[in-house]
Design a protein around this ligand. Structure first.
Ligand code: FAD
Length: 432
């Protein structure tokens, strides 16, 4: 095995040019401050980095895009996977093999060439591996289920520096926990994920002006009570900043977007959405689009910014939840809050073929809150206020939508068997 001095990818120390650039990611708050960054290009590089850290008693963190960075590393070794971005699609088995640093946009494009779609999420720039280790709720989640459910194999460098192919047969307990509660158990160098046939969807985003958002939330509750699995939708409501880069019709206004993705025909999609459109005034149009443009439905910001956030998987969508959500995070909130509400159910609620660690899968809704970090404790206080208000209806949380250090501390994810597995496989606590 190679030593750290002859890894193929670049190695950066704090005094090296490129060190800060390598640490920059989508999350602009609480950056990692390692002693060493290994820009891994191969699984060998990852093994060398892990072995070096283990030999020197240093902690290890992994980063691809920085979308989900939580607790920053102080000292130790950061393994940056962004150079490991190979994707291979097998059109016969309908499986994508992705390397550690692959982003969803790459898989969407590669799969489209074979008339296939992956369980990708709202952000094309999020890393496939980080997303999938945390469950993964995609644009077509109610049809395709959790991304974790679709994982076939995981190549993992464990705390002993060995590279293992983890499957349902080779190591059932590790395979289970990695799929849904998998952050911090090693470094994934590649994964195989099942794709689904498909190329076009019907959908888009409908805008609802601030004064109608309360009515929208009530109407959404009724509308989503009985929809086919092929229709996945969510709401995002926020006060759009009064900035030139924001489209003029949104600038300086509180607006909700209803994001819709339907896998059936346009005519059937229109019929399904009609009751919601009749219930509240909406602007914007829906239409057919190739899945390669699915990310336009969410239109997530592409510039790095500092944010914090959490979520609640809800047992039911009581009207009191909707009132609390809007009262606490709405246009009168003292900081800019993005309120999210995702309709779950469908394939998300069905058990996977091979058990995994996705918890509360029967929760019919997911409530999300996200705020910009402004150097005060106001965002954290508001998030706690909302989570307390909806506690009577909360089944638990999903790892992917907890952002920032405070959120990770305030709302830890506890999955049966995970702590015991981590203690057994990483007894010295190498991985964060
Ligand atoms: C704008 C935005 C939109 C999002 N949309 C969705 C969505 O639609 N659905 C959804 O489910 N989630 C969504 N997320 C959440 C996202 O899936 C998580 O933040 C996920 O952790 C991002 O993974 P990453 O690799 O891109 O981020 P990173 O910050 O690079 O990594 C996040 C964590 O994943 C782990 N990790 C990453 N790579 C590896 C590896 N190779 N081996 C081991 N561990 C690794 C590490 O613990 C790391 O700390 C979104 C997040 C943002 C910011």
């Amino acid at each position: 095995m190679k030593g750290i001095e002859n890894v193929k990818g670049p190695v950066f120390r704090p005094e090296d040019g490129g060190f800060d650039g390598e640490l920059a990611g989508y999350q602009a708050a609480h950056p990692h401050r390692p002693d060493l960054v290994v820009g891994a290009e191969t699984a060998d590089d990852v093994q060398a980095a892990v072995r070096y850290a283990a030999d020197h008693g240093l902690p290890v963190a992994v980063e691809t895009s920085g979308h989900g960075r939580a607790v920053p590393l102080t000292g130790g070794v950061l393994i940056s996977t962004r150079r490991m971005d190979g994707v291979h699609i097998d059109p016969v088995t309908r499986v994508a093999r992705v390397e550690a640093g692959t982003r969803w946009a790459q898989v969407v494009t590669a799969a489209a060439a074979h008339g296939l779609v992956p369980p990708s999420g709202s952000s094309p720039e999020a890393g496939v591996v980080g997303y999938t280790l945390g469950g993964g709720i995609g644009v077509l989640a109610r049809e395709l289920g959790w991304a974790s459910d679709r994982v076939r194999t995981i190549d993992l460098v464990t705390a002993d520096g060995l590279l293992r192919r983890v499957t349902a047969d080779s190591d059932p307990e590790l395979f289970r926990v990695l799929r849904g509660a998998g952050h911090g158990l090693g470094v994934v160098t590649a994964m195989e994920i099942e794709l689904a046939p498909g190329d076009r969807i019907y959908g888009g985003a409908l805008s609802v002006a601030g004064e109608h958002v309360r009515a929208l939330l009530g109407a959404y509750r009724e509308w989503t009570a009985d929809l086919p699995d092929g229709l996945t939708s969510s709401i995002g409501a926020l006060p759009y900043p009064d900035l030139p880069m924001v489209p003029e019709h949104l600038r300086g206004r509180y607006v909700a977007q209803v994001r819709i993705a339907w896998t059936g025909s346009a005519a059937e999609g229109e019929r399904l959405v009609a009751p919601l459109r009749a219930a509240v005034p909406t602007t914007g149009s829906l239409g057919e689009l190739p899945y390669t443009q699915a990310a336009t439905i969410f239109n997530e910001p592409d510039q790095p910014h500092p944010y914090t956030g959490t979520n609640a998987m809800l047992r039911e969508l009581d009207p009191a939840v909707l009132d609390a959500a809007l009262d606490i995070t709405g246009p009168d909130a003292p900081v800019m809050c993005v309120l999210g509400l995702r309709h779950m159910g469908g394939a998300l609620a069905r058990p996977p073929a091979v058990p995994d660690a996705v918890a509360h899968r029967d929760a019919p809704y997911l409530l999300q809150i996200l705020s910009l970090v402004d150097g005060t404790d106001v965002p954290g206080r508001l998030h706690r206020e909302l989570m307390d208000a909806v506690a009577p209806w909360t089944a638990g949380r999903t790892p992917n939508f907890r952002f920032g250090e405070q959120a990770a501390k305030d709302w830890p994810i506890e999955v049966a068997g995970r702590a015991e597995l981590a203690a057994e496989r990483d007894p010295k606590g190498l991985f964060q």
